[in-house]
Structure formats: C-alpha cells, structure tokens
Design a protein around this ligand. Structure first.
Ligand code: ATP
Ligand code: MG
Ligand code: MG
Ligand code: MG
Length: 469
C-alpha cells in the first residue's frame, strides 16, 4: 500500500465517522510563541483544545506536517525517526471520548478494508491509573492482559496547555527484531521490535502557566499516528527509509554519489540523513523559512549543512541537495502542492546556501588546519573553546562540524569553553536587544518601523549613515 493511499484512507475513515478534514497547517506556528515548529497534529488546533475558539465541528482529522528537531540524533540510526514527518490525527473537542477513540483506532488498524494489521501483532500501553482505558482494551476489544503494558510515562504533558493520560499502540515486528524475554524489546523499551505507531491522548486537564492542573471545560481527544511507520509495516520493509516516501530520494542521492544503498552501513546512514534533511528543508522553505543565523532559519541552515557534510562522506564535493527538491515534490506534491508550486524558488534557496557553505568549508578548513598544525607543535590535542567559537562565528562552522574534523585528526574540542563563548555572545545580544526595547518605549510609534542603517562613507560630513528602510 502506497503512503498516499494510507493517508487517503485515514482521512476517508474519519470523514465517515463524522470528522471535518482539516488541511495541514504551515510548519510555522501561527500566534503561538511557545513553539518554534508545529511538532504534532494537535499543535495548530490548540485554540480549540483550551476553549479559546469553538470549532464548527467538534470532530476533526488531519495529516499534519511536523518538525521535531529533538529527534535529529536518531535520524539514520533508528528505523523510525525523522526531523520532518507526517502525523495523522483525529481529534474530539468535547465530543466523543475514550470508548469511541479506542474502538475506532482498532477498527482502522485491523479491518482489512482500512489498514488490516494482524490483531495478534498489536500490543498497547496504558497509564497505570487509567483503569478505564485498560478495561476497554481488555474487555471490549479483547486484548489479552499480557499484551497490555502499564507505563508510568503514559501521561501526555508538554508544558503549558492541555494534557492527560494516553494509551499507545505498538506493532510487533517479530522475533528477528529481538527476543521477547528481553524487557528492552517490550513496548517503551529501546529496541524496535515493537514499533510505536499511534498515540491516543485523553486530554482532560489544562497545565496552567503557574504549573497547576485544572480540569478542562470539556474533555478532548488528541491522537497522533506516524504515516511513515504505517508505510514501513504495510510495505513490509525494514525501516521508514525503505518506503516509497524516501526511496526515490535515496536512489537519486546514491546515483549522484556513485554508491549503492544497502552495501555499506556508513553510507546508508548518510543516505538516510540526507533524505531526511532535504525533506525538512524543502518543506520549511516552502513555508517561508529561509536559512539564517537565528531561530527557524538557523535550524534549516544547520540541517542543510549537516546533510552536505554527510554528502561529503559519500564523496559528493559539489552542491547537490537542491537537485533533490523536485523529487521531494514528486513524492509529496499531491497532498502538499506548495512544495511543487514553489519548487523553483526552493531549489534556488537551497543551491545558494549550498554554494555559500562550500565556500565556508574551504575557508574554515584552512583556518582549522592551521589551528591543528599550531596545536601539534605545542603537543596539545585539544582545540580551545575560543578557536572553536571563532570558527563558528567567522566561518559558520557549527561545533559538531569542528568536533568531527577534530576527531578525524585525533583531536578533541573544549566544548565547555565553546559554550561559555556562546553564552558571552548571547549576553551581548541580549543587552543590545534590551537597549532597543527601551528605545521602543522612548520612541513611541516610530520605534515600530524597522530601520536599517547603511554606512555610506565620509562624503557627507554631517550624516555618515543613511536610513535605507
Ligand atoms: P517515539 O517514542 O518513537 O520517539 P513518540 O512517543 O515521541 O515516538 P508521539 O509524541 O507519541 O511520539 O507522537 C505520535 C506519533 O507520531 C508516534 O506514535 C509516531 O508514530 C509518530 N512520530 C513521533 N515522532 C516521530 C518522528 N520523529 N519521526 C516519525 N514519526 C514520529
Ligand atoms: Mg519521540
Ligand atoms: Mg514513544
Ligand atoms: Mg508516543
């Protein structure tokens, strides 16, 4: 079953159950300073959950593009993590609650008309105090006790906002992924024998700013399932990266690099990281984020640079990421037309950034090499925090890049020293910001204008800077 069909089935199933289908919101949160990226299907619907806005239909379903940068280190190492993925969700705003949620989840997963998983392969986890959920799974659905795991961490709480107990559904990939006697193989363990596919959150409390919890005016349902994970099971492949969502990108990159996928473990990690990061960058740029030195733009810059570095490890020395843009569009464009409509623009942004980074790399490498040569003379094997920071600040060399190069040369980096240099810079930026805040107060309405000054030289003795915007 192709991923696009899984997505279609999801939306069709929940439409049949009376849900309004919402298109995916932008990756850039709207009116929500607490989030850098939309990181779950529920994130763009928060105002419904906390009662600020009443939806026209209390049942909603979507397929939401999400970015989770906290999973970056997992990418390419686990079978299931991406920095950008699609979360399939169904939501109830004060309408149905636990029983319907569980019953429908089971129907979608096991009925051959929909996903048709073998029911014996499914296990669930519940919050220990949530006897209600336990009883539904056990008595109504008929899941035997030994396949219901009680987990303390099954309480969904991401800080300020709605929260509550959850129940998660895991697919057992079988003996070849680990021994059932090993607790690490159980749901919630590190092993991926049991693949977490779906999280059903029963949000009944609000986590308030002051840390207290109060019952929500209405109980809500918030669920999230990973489209890429469904695809990996339904396409009977080893990892999300082997599905039709990623393979065309991996194949194209292999061709550019002249390597073969599944021949060398290090190459495979590189190919997966590149395929992952290009999707994130393409989607983020499509949503208007441009590479820069702060916030979202900086994340995009780092992801792109990280991918280029992995490309280097495959022997790719020239800009190539931009060439993958069209492929991402051809995989995703039917549901996310923006990545096709803006393809040319996205390509240009990525290409420019790649070209600049290649320059950075060659300039920065010269400096790094001279630092290393100097240290060798002194008999030291540690690159100092100040040097690492200078590389970062002047050449845009991220710390992990410096660390990688250092490691290849038998060196380490004083990362604590680097951090304190960073902190010092942050403090400088903060005090500059505070200054401009106080200017705002003093300047009244005019302070709202963004004013850039440009040095125009000494031609005018009175004005040496000109306001340009
Ligand atoms: P995991 O334990 O595998 O990291 P999670 O518990 O962090 O997943 P949830 O926050 O419960 O994930 O998100 C709901 C669903 O979204 C998960 O069950 C999974 O199917 C999917 N999902 C979460 N994070 C990712 C990711 N980084 N890449 C791909 N899919 C993801
Ligand atoms: Mg996770
Ligand atoms: Mg989990
Ligand atoms: Mg989970």
């Amino acid at each position: 079953m192709k991923a696009s069909e899984i997505r279609r089935k999801w939306l069709e199933f929940f439409a049949e159950k009376g849900h309004k289908i919402e298109p995916s919101a932008s990756l850039v949160p709207h009116n929500d300073p607490s989030l850098l990226w939309i990181n779950a299907g529920m994130a763009p619907l928060k105002a419904y959950f906390d009662g600020r806005v009443v939806p026209e239909n209390p049942r909603i379903a979507n397929s939401q593009k999400c970015i989770r940068t906290n999973d970056i280190e997992n990418v390419g190492k686990t079978r299931r993590h991406h920095t950008m993925f699609e979360m399939l969700g169904n939501f109830s705003i004060g309408d149905y609650f636990k029983e319907e949620t569980i019953t429908w989840a089971w129907e979608f997963l096991t009925n051959p008309k929909w996903i048709g998983f073998d029911p014996d392969r499914l296990s669930v986890t519940v919050y220990p105090e949530d006897t209600e959920a336990y009883e539904f799974w056990n008595k109504k659905i008929g899941i035997p006790e030994n396949r219901i795991y009680k987990l303390e961490e099954n309480f969904w709480d991401i800080g300020e906002g709605p929260c509550g107990p959850c129940t998660e559904i895991f697919y057992d990939r079988g003996d070849k992924y680990g021994d059932l006697n090993d607790p690490e193989c159980w749901p919630g363990g590190e092993n991926e024998r049991f693949l977490e596919v779906w999280n059903l959150v029963f949000s009944q409390f609000n986590h308030n700013k002051d840390g207290s919890y109060t019952p929500l005016p209405n109980k809500n349902i918030d669920t999230g399932a990973g489209l890429e994970r469904f695809a990996s099971i339904l396409q009977d492949v080893d990892s999300n990266f082997d599905t039709d969502l990623f393979q065309p990108i991996i194949q194209q990159t292999s061709q550019i690099a002249g390597v073969t996928y599944h021949m060398n473990a290090d190459h495979d990690v590189a190919l997966k990281v590149i395929a992952d990061h290009i999707r994130t960058v393409v989607f983020a740029v499509g949503d208007g984020v441009l590479p820069s030195n702060e916030g979202r733009g900086y994340i995009i810059r780092r992801l792109l640079r990280r991918a280029v570095r992995y490309g280097k490890s495959l022997g790719i020395e020239k800009p190539f990421m931009y060439k993958l843009t069209e492929t991402v569009g051809s995989i995703m464009g039917t549901y996310y037309p923006e990545v096709v409509e803006k393809c040319e623009f996205i390509e240009k942004v990525i290409r420019t950034e790649e070209e600049r980074f290649h320059e950075t790399l060659s300039d920065g490498l010269d400096m790094l090499q001279s630092i290393i040569a100097g240290l060798k003379k002194e008999g030291s094997t540690v690159i100092g925090g100040q040097d690492a920071f200078r590389l970062y600040d002047t050449y845009g060399f991220p710390l992990d890049l410096t660390e990688d190069f250092a490691q290849e040369n038998g060196f380490t980096v004083d990362s604590a020293g680097f951090e304190s240099e960073m902190e010092a810079q942050r403090n400088r930026a903060r005090s500059a910001r505070q200054e401009s805040e106080s200017m705002k107060v003093q300047g009244g309405p005019f302070a709202e204008y963004t004013v850039k000054t440009e040095f125009v030289g000494y031609t005018d003795l009175v004005t040496t800077a000109k306001i340009v915007a």
